[in-house]
Design a protein around this ligand. Sequence first.
Ligand SMILES: Cc1cc2nc3c(=O)[nH]c(=O)nc-3n(C[C@H](O)[C@H](O)[C@H](O)COP(=O)(O)O)c2cc1C
Length: 411
Amino acid sequence: MSLSDKRILLIISGGIAAYKSLDLIRRLKERGAGVRVIMTKAAQHFVTPLSAGAIAGERAYTDLFDATTEFDIGHIRLARETDLVVIAPATADLMAKMAGGHADDLASTVLLATDKPILIAPAMNPQMWGHRATKRNLAQLLADGVATVGPNAGEMAEADEAGIGRMAEPIEIAAAIESLLAGRNAAPKALAGQHILVTSGPTHEAIDPVRYIANRSSGKQGHAIARAAAAAGATVTLVSGPVKLPDPPGIKVIHVESARAMLAAVEAGLPADAAIFAAAVADWRVAEMAAQKTKKTAAGPPTLAFVENPDILATVAKRKAQRPGLVIGFAAETERVIENARAKLVKKGCDWIVANDVSRETGVMGGDRNTVHLVTAQGVEAWPSQSKEEVARALVARIAETLKAPAALLR
Ligand SMILES: Cc1cc2nc3c(=O)[nH]c(=O)nc-3n(C[C@H](O)[C@H](O)[C@H](O)COP(=O)(O)O)c2cc1C
């Protein structure tokens, strides 16, 4: 997609990833966008306003009390004369200021004064990203309608540091900008006005404070469905188990670990027009999590007793109140895929099952492709082998059709 005629206000804050923002400016200009740059004081320790301005083709703005621009209240103009405000990198500090509504420099003042959508690309040390204060600020920003792209998992600039906190690559940020702006300009979309709830990823069931039982789900399929539903205009709530994927931009993401936490988040997320349960939820958990790390003893290995986890799909499908209009489960099977999926459809009381063969040799778990069967009360459709993105788009198109004509859902 082209960004011609689009104006982007890029705010660069003071993180090590600021050097990548120069590449982002170049990529946005290549796509035809007009780019204006604001830099915080800290950002200027990492890249110079001269470089940013030279690539943007316009001076970079740095000072709130700038006599040459403020004679006509320049900060308000900067805030308004744009289609989108992008912060890349977004430091922990700037996120905190935004969440608190501060306005003590040019960047934060413009962020408070703008009436335009805001996209942030957070970048920071994994400890900073995982800190309770940053999580609180992020939750506030999402609730305020701020869209996010990244951060990604990987190596940090600091030696021996890795985890979630790397800024999304400029190409990913450019794609997020395109999809946000495309979403705003397009004709009414297939899922406009609908709330779609999606679960994704594995669950972790604790054995003791350091050990847990997990599975090989990567969350790629569930996250792709959430992105496709958002691209189709839906308001999306994504309840995600522990995954190494960035939160999709413009989507409310609730992070959970266990099956019980996932059910609670799903129920709190209702009502929804459709719910898609793509997460690989543990069937069992350890009956009693040990309060301390289990030690080796002369008595030999411990025996773990299991209890059944709540069945999220069946619980929601059988609700009397607030049952979503369309309840879709995923069946990950390693044998007799269709037979088991048909049985699951009846047993769980859901409307559709998306069945996939997750035997090791198929490479579905963690891979980028998927071959699914759509099992409904009317029959079984074999879909061709396609990318998880394509499966997501096809499923979302089918959901949109069905929500428009509920009679198609002959249960
Ligand atoms: C070498 C160095 C690298 C830094 N990298 C980051 C970073 O990646 N993310 C971050 O949130 N803060 C980082 N900081 C801290 C910020 O620069 C600091 O919080 C600053 O006050 C942010 O100001 P700003 O939000 O106005 O740009 C770094 C600091 C230094 C000295």
